[in-house]
Write a protein of this length. Structure first.
Length: 352
C-alpha cells in the first residue's frame, strides 16, 4: 500500500474536498463574472465565480467570490496576484484571501501530529508521512528538562492537498507504543488560533461568579449587600449569580485602579495611602447602589491588594493627590458601569 501511495501521491483522492473559496476585493463596479474569471482560470479549474451584490438593490459592492476546485492552484493564484495585480479602473491591487479561517489554515500546510511513540525521531516521523507528498520540514517536540521526546511533532508539506490526504489516511489510524490513544493528525494552530484561545479563556475566567474570600474586604468599610458565604468560603451575588452580562466590566473597573496601585508601589506614604483608601470608599459606596458580580469581583481584588495601605495610620491626606486619583477613578468607573457619581463628591474623608 505504501508503494502504491509513493507512485500516485500526486493523484487527488476523489473522496476529499480540495476546493477552496476565495474573497476578491478591489473589483471595479464595471466588472461582471465573465470579466474576472480569465484572471483566475489561468491558475486552475474554477467551480464558481460570483460578483457580490446588495441583497435588496442588487448594486455591485466592489468584490467577488471565486471558488477553485484545487486549493493548491488557489494558493498559486493568491501568491501571484494578491496585492500585485491591479484591475483596470480599480483604486488598488486586488486583495485575495480565503473566505473563512478553516480554509486559511489549510494553506499553512502545517500539521500537528500527536500521540506518537516517544522513541520516534524526526526522520522516522518524516518517513511515515512522505507517501502523502513532499515534506518541507519535520520536527519532534523535545522536553528540555529531560531531553526526551514529548510524543508529538510538526510536519510541513510542500502542498496543502498533501495535508488533507495525510489527515484522512493517518488520523487515528494506529495506536503507537507507549500511547494510550490513537495517533492525532490535524492542522497545526496558527498564532491567531492561539490568541483566540487565550481571549476565550480570559472571558471564561471573567464570567465566573465566585470571587475571593469575603475577609479580603477592609473591616472599616460597609460590606456589600446581598452576599452569602458558601460552604467553601467563597462569596457570590445571590441576586445575580446566574447573570454574567456585567462581568466584562470587571477589567475596565480594575484598570481605573492601576494608577493608584502604581502610586502605592512607588511612594509608600500617608498621603498616597489616604488617596487609595478614599477611592476604595467611593467604589464601595457605588457598589451599594449598583450591586453586580463584576463590581464585587473587582472590589475584592482591589481590597486585597490595598490591605497594607488600609492598615496604615493616616492623619493628613494629600488633597491634590486625592483629587487626582478620585478623578481618574470616577472617569474610568463611569465609563465601565454608566453610573453617575456626582452624589459622592462630598463624601467625608475617613481617617485610619
Amino acid at each position: 500500500r505504501i508503494q502504491i501511495l509513493f507512485e500516485v501521491n500526486n493523484i487527488m483522492d476523489s473522496s476529499i474536498d480540495y476546493s477552496i473559496k476565495l474573497f476578491v476585493g478591489q473589483v471595479p463596479h464595471t466588472y461582471e463574472e465573465k470579466d474576472i474569471e480569465p484572471f483566475f482560470e489561468k491558475y486552475g479549474t474554477l467551480v464558481n465565480t460570483r460578483i457580490v451584490r446588495d441583497k435588496d438593490t442588487k448594486k455591485h459592492k466592489g468584490c467577488a467570490f471565486v471558488t477553485f476546485q484545487n486549493l493548491d492552484e488557489a494558493e498559486v493564484a493568491i501568491r501571484e496576484m494578491h496585492d500585485k495585480v491591479k484591475l483596470e479602473s480599480a483604486k488598488k491591487e486586488m486583495q485575495i484571501k480565503p473566505v473563512n479561517n478553516d480554509d486559511a489554515v489549510k494553506l499553512t500546510k502545517r500539521l500537528f501530529v500527536g500521540m506518537i511513540s516517544k522513541s520516534l525521531d524526526s526522520d522516522a516521523l518524516k518517513d511515515m508521512f512522505t507517501p502523502y507528498g513532499d515534506i518541507v520540514d519535520c520536527n519532534i517536540l523535545i522536553d528540555r528538562t529531560e531531553n526526551k521526546s514529548r510524543g508529538c511533532g510538526f510536519i510541513k508539506f510542500e502542498k496543502a492537498s498533501s495535508c488533507l490526504l495525510a489527515i484522512k489516511e493517518m488520523h487515528q489510524s494506529q495506536t503507537m507504543e507507549g500511547c494510550n490513544s490513537p495517533m492525532v493528525v490535524k492542522f497545526a494552530d496558527t498564532p491567531g488560533d492561539k490568541q483566540k484561545r487565550l481571549i476565550d479563556k480570559d472571558n471564561r475566567d471573567v464570567k465566573r461568579p465566585y470571587v475571593q474570600q469575603q475577609s479580603a474586604y477592609p473591616t472599616s468599610y460597609p460590606q456589600p449587600t446581598n452576599i452569602v458565604t458558601r460552604h467553601d468560603n467563597f462569596a457570590m451575588d445571590t441576586n445575580r449569580a446566574a447573570s454574567y452580562s456585567a462581568a466584562s466590566n470587571t477589567g475596565a473597573l480594575l484598570n481605573t485602579f492601576t494608577p493608584l496601585l502604581n502610586t502605592l508601589s512607588e511612594q509608600i506614604s500617608p498621603s498616597s495611602t489616604q488617596a487609595l483608601v478614599k477611592s476604595l470608599q467611593i467604589a464601595v459606596n457605588a457598589l451599594n447602589h449598583e450591586n453586580t458580580t463584576s463590581a464585587q469581583t473587582a472590589l475584592v481584588s482591589i481590597a486585597s491588594n490595598l490591605s497594607v495601605a488600609v492598615a496604615n495610620s493616616v492623619t493628613k491626606p494629600s488633597s491634590q493627590l486625592q483629587a487626582q486619583n478620585y478623578s481618574n477613578f470616577q472617569e474610568g468607573y463611569n465609563s465601565a458601569q454608566g453610573y453617575d457619581y456626582s452624589n459622592f463628591q462630598s463624601s467625608t474623608t475617613r481617617h485610619y
